[in-house]
Ligand binder design. Structure first.
Ligand code: NAD
Length: 390
């Protein structure tokens, strides 16, 4: 394994400090020149991301960083088998990834590490001016989300794509746009639900300090859809839930939350239920993401709307235009934005990450404090992530 620049001299630069914003890019890749991409974290999701990014095309995987040697080797083997070229592999200490962020010959990085690393690694990537595709959630603490929101304001040219691949579905994007333009009238009733399996995630996922709990780790996919439709943060939340029923985990086992908004969304009452108390054969892994408005209702996942009255073309059913899309399309959009220098065209950038994380923080705070909470109360939380010392 190579270390690039010396560990000690790099560490002195410091986490999130100026890693050299202008310095971390080479000249823009020519149209037929593959983007040079590095991967950080290649466990379960990172390996899917690696495959999907290669499927999106137009890239060369030049380096991979993972602290688990067998995961690193598996990913290096995978790329070598697929392309005939073996990327450089690093990962001999937890902050080894920083070497990749300051390298001018790397155009973008993909980060798929456990949730508690995100806010640290994403802050480092922004500080280095390195475009990144970072898995959801953006952050699992109030401090983290505030710091990233601030950092992003100072680095508006850095392309960021948060791993909300449901946001890369063209028909879904189109129906959301139509809803934003008034297709179903004023938003009234938001009906959201997710059912997971009894124990289908282990390790760090089951530890609240590391995953952030399920409203940050899992449910942010739905919260991103809420954000895409409302483009507003809820003003308050009340949530009720239980933990301790599924053994060996300190995450919440099931909860229901009610979110309220203000201004133009003052009549929107959004309810979200999320459970892991699975009964085999009964509706595992199902989702609902619907809004009912004064003029109709929309099923966001299905990208269809039903109107109370016929529209100008005599129809009550409206379907979002465009095909389907998921992780490969999300990567294709990210790479296009990096190539063209168009961060504003990323499907799910920092604003989506902030919007979704804020909802998760509201719900977690209400559950922990067993009372209704406001956004400001959720943002007052001072916990930090359990990353090792530098
Ligand atoms: N978008 C999606 O649909 C989706 C699906 C699953 C998981 N995820 C997200 O992807 C992320 C990863 O989940 P996973 O299931 O792959 O976890 P995982 O535990 O399988 O893999 C994490 C990898 O990161 C590596 N790692 C940990 N710390 C590191 C460090 N400091 N430097 C380099 N590598 C490090 C680990 O060795 C491991 O290989 C999570 O945030 C999860 O929420 C997203």
């Amino acid at each position: 394994m190579t270390r690039g620049i010396g560990r000690r001299s790099f560490i002195r630069i410091g986490a999130g400090a100026a890693l050299g914003v202008a310095a971390a890019r080479r000249a823009p890749a020519a149209p037929n020149d593959p983007l040079r991409v590095a991967f950080i974290g290649v466990g379960g999701r990172g390996t899917t991301d690696l495959n999907q990014a290669m499927n999106a095309g137009g890239i060369e995987v030049v380096a991979i960083c993972d602290i688990t040697p067998e995961n690193l080797k598996r990913a290096l083997d995978l790329v070598e088998k697929k392309t005939g070229k073996r990327p450089e592999g690093i990962g001999d200490y937890p902050y080894a990834y920083r070497q990749l962020l300051t390298r001018k010959d790397i155009d973008a990085v993909v980060i798929a590490t456990p949730c508690y690393w995100h806010e640290v690694m994403y802050a480092d990537a922004l500080a280095a001016g390195k475009p990144f595709y970072g898995e959801k959630p953006l952050a699992i603490t109030a401090k983290g989300v505030k710091a990233l929101q601030e950092a992003a304001k100072n680095t508006p040219k850095v392309v960021v794509q948060i791993g909300f691949q449901w946001g890369a579905h063209p028909a879904r994007r189109n129906i959301i746009e139509k809803v934003r333009q008034g297709l179903i009238g004023e938003l009234l009733d938001g009906r959201f639900r997710r059912l997971n399996g009894w124990d289908n995630h282990g390790n760090w996922y089951t530890r609240r300090a590391e995953s952030g709990d399920w409203m940050l780790e899992q449910a942010v996919h739905e919260f991103n859809l809420m954000w895409m439709v409302t483009q507003a943060h809820p003003k308050s939340c009340v949530a009720v839930g239980r933990s301790g029923i599924i053994p060996g985990r300190d995450t919440t086992n099931y909860y229901t939350a009610i979110l309220e908004y203000e201004g133009a969304l003052k009549n929107l009452v959004l309810h979200y239920s999320h459970g892991w108390i699975e009964v085999p054969g009964f509706k595992k892994n199902s989702f609902e993401a619907e809004f009912v408005g004064t003029r109709g209702a929309v099923d966001i996942m299905a990208a269809t709307a039903t109107l109370r009255q016929k529209d100008a073309s005599g129809k009550t059913q409206v379907t979002g235009e465009g095909g389907e899309g998921d992780t490969a399309e999300h990567f294709a959009n990210f790479f296009e934005c990096v190539r063209n220098g168009t961060p504003e065209k990323a499907y799910c950038g920092i604003a989506n990450g902030v919007g979704a994380t804020m909802i998760g923080l509201l719900i977690r705070t209400s559950l922990e404090q067993k009372r209704p909470v406001t956004l400001d109360e959720a943002l007052a939380d001072t916990r930090t992530v359990p990353v090792p010392p530098v």
